[in-house]
Design a protein around this ligand. Structure first.
Ligand SMILES: Cc1cc2nc3c(=O)[nH]c(=O)nc-3n(C[C@H](O)[C@H](O)[C@H](O)COP(=O)(O)O)c2cc1C
Length: 128
């Protein structure tokens, strides 16, 4: 099964925001994005696309650290194993594209974007 199907797909359909972590020279760097931005752009089997307006430090970390990125998505609307509410860590390799079809798609939806943050998902793990 593709990484972004099943419960992870349900979380992408429901999460209000996305927390995204890269590894910086002095420790983790935490940034955000909106769930409705993911939904506006849609996702492929194993690829998430997000608008990059800034993400300068994030981009420098990605270049330095082989693209490693961790995301967290969560929603009370998705059933967990024991209680209502599920959340997951999505792990992948990311980069920012500033031309090409994926950038054009992002730009068409978010004219302010300087790039398309492309995350190739390599693994997922639910936490609840
Ligand atoms: C809920 C939320 C949504 C955000 N959405 C975006 C976004 O779509 N694009 C973006 O570049 N930054 C977004 N930001 C700001 C980033 O978290 C970050 O502060 C900014 O891009 C600077 O990134 P940098 O510290 O890697 O340079 C968002 C922040 C939050 C909390």
């Amino acid at each position: 099964m593709a990484h972004l199907e099943g419960v992870i797909g349900d979380l992408l359909k429901a999460t209000e925001f996305v927390a995204m972590v890269t590894q910086g020279p002095n420790g983790p760097h935490l940034v955000g994005n909106w769930g409705d931005y993911i939904r506006k752009l849609g996702w492929e089997a194993d690829t998430i696309l997000l608008p990059a307006g800034r993400y300068k430090e994030t981009e420098a970390n990605l270049v330095r650290d082989g693209g490693r990125m961790w995301l967290m998505v969560a929603s009370r609307q998705v059933q967990g194993t024991r209680t209502p509410g599920q959340g997951a860590v999505i792990e992948g390799k990311a980069h920012i594209e500033s031309d090409g079809p994926r950038f054009e798609k992002v730009k068409a939806n978010f004219p302010w974007a300087r790039g398309a943050l492309v995350i190739a998902v390599t693994g997922t793990k639910t936490q609840l």
